[in-house]
Design a protein around this ligand. Structure first.
Ligand code: RFL
Ligand code: PHB
Length: 391
């Protein structure tokens, strides 16, 4: 098989890239290790920046998102027994975020790809990439016992943190930066009305961090900080709901509607960046190149901005025979990535209890929370990062 761009991974990055390239008349094939249902079953991000919403429109798949997504004008920081609203909309000259699940976004992109008969290979085994340092890149995989080869002009590594693309780059050509946090997030999804339908609540309590989010007006997503050693099996639904209510202010806790969980999982928190993001004719995008802790809601949004830079560069290559965009892809993407890394690290540090935290550290955290909610300059800095920095 031959195509212009072979995309490894059918997560949000790969699917969005495929759609944007297709609309610009560029052939692409997606090769995915898992089945489509497995990809759709992963409950992850829920908050979209305007940049991501705009890209979904550009890809021609924004209709349901506009119909069903819930626009948020504010977030609440909860500490000291009360909530402190941050008027994100007012502080950024009218910018907002939209609550719309990653699973829904993935669904919309998969539907569009299927409707347009674009080639996607699911359940591909032993995916391997080669030749990207020369002029003849190839993606190989095994399916139904047969070995298949895709010849292409470029390979887009959209295969997530554990993918094969980054791992295929010679060790001396790549540098990796990493910070691992000493706790995880236990997430619970339930078909109950969200306790705070108009503002995501980020709570710092002496029992640890908690987050009240949503997928729709009838589906809620909540998280509590847990030690890394905890197992999901340790957390029955009742224990989760009790712990959540103890970490938020009493007035809000009163209003939490509980119900059976549809999904419960623990995610470790990590910051990670690989540099560069281009190796000859191979590009890394999304989680394949970087990871943020979920506190800033940036993971999926960074994947979308990488894809915007990369699709623009590839379109420029084919339409204008110019490689300027390709040559600048890594630097442009990394500038935005590092700022989102900084923001996610900062918000994580501000809101969590760290096992090694001293009394002094604790006081500094309290002072910073007080400063953030009472200084217009500090709230504005939080707000402009939360809605997403310009591309
Ligand atoms: P994905 O979504 O990981 O998709 C990568 C795809 O590549 C496939 N793959 C391969 N395919 C072929 N060959 C191989 N060798 C392959 N290896 C892997 C995988 O099966 C998969 O389908 O990366 P992408 O597209 O870059 O999208 C990034 C986002 O998914 C990610 O940034 C966010 O979900 C991060 N994230 C969260 N972000 C938020 O903003 N808010 C959240 O609440 C939030 N929660 C999370 C998260 C990420 C998690 N991970 C990675 C474990 C919770 C979890 C648990
Ligand atoms: C979510 O809804 O899953 C969510 C929202 C905000 C975050 C992280 C996750 O910062």
């Amino acid at each position: 098989m031959r195509t212009q761009v072979a995309i490894v991974g059918a997560g949000p990055s790969g699917l969005l890239l495929g759609q944007l390239l297709h609309r610009a008349g560029i052939d692409n094939v997606i090769v995915e290790r898992q089945g489509a249902d497995y990809v759709l079953g992963r409950i992850r991000a829920g908050i979209l920046e305007q940049v991501t919403v705009n890209l979904m429109d550009e890809a021609g798949v924004g209709a349901r998102l506009h119909r069903e997504g819930v626009v948020h004008h504010a977030i609440d920081l909860a500490f000291d027994g009360r909530r402190h609203p941050i008027d994100v909309h007012g502080l950024t000259g009218g910018k907002v975020v939209t609550a719309y699940g990653q699973t829904e976004l993935t669904h919309d992109l998969m539907d569009a790809r299927r409707d347009e008969n674009l080639p996607t290979v699911y359940e591909a085994q032993d995916v391997a990439v080669s030749g990207f340092d020369g002029t003849r890149p190839q993606v190989q995989y095994r399916k139904d016992g047969q070995l298949h080869t895709i010849d292409c002009d470029f390979i887009a590594g959209c295969d997530g943190f554990h993918g094969v693309c980054r791992a295929s780059v010679p060790r001396d050509a790549i540098r990796e930066y990493e910070k691992v946090y000493p706790f995880g997030w236990l997430g619970l999804l339930a078909d109950v009305p969200p306790v705070s339908p108009h503002a995501i609540v980020y709570a710092n309590s002496e029992r640890g961090f908690a987050l009240c989010s949503m997928r729709s007006l009838v589906r809620s997503r909540y998280y509590v900080q847990v030690p890394l050693a905890d197992k999901v099996e340790d957390w029955g639904d009742d224990r989760f709901w009790d712990e959540l209510r103890r970490r938020i202010d009493p007035e809000l806790a009163e209003r939490v509607v509980t119900g059976p969980s549809i999904e419960k999982s623990i995610a470790p928190l990590r910051s990670f960046v690989a540099e560069p993001l281009r190796f000859g004719r191979l590009f890394l995008a999304g989680d394949a190149g970087h990871i943020v802790p979920p506190t800033g809601a940036k993971g999926l949004n960074l994947a979308a901005s990488d894809v915007k830079y990369l699709s623009t560069a590839l379109i420029e290559h084919y339409r204008e025979r110019s490689d300027t965009g390709i040559d600048h892809y890594s630097d442009r993407a990394l500038r935005r990535i590092w700022k989102a890394e900084r923001f996610s690290w900062w918000l994580t540090s501000l809101l969590h209890r760290f096992p090694e935290q001293s009394v002094f550290d604790q006081r500094i955290q309290e002072a910073e929370l007080d400063y953030v909610v009472h200084s217009r300059a500090a709230s504005t800095a939080l707000a402009e990062n939360y809605v997403g920095l310009p591309l």
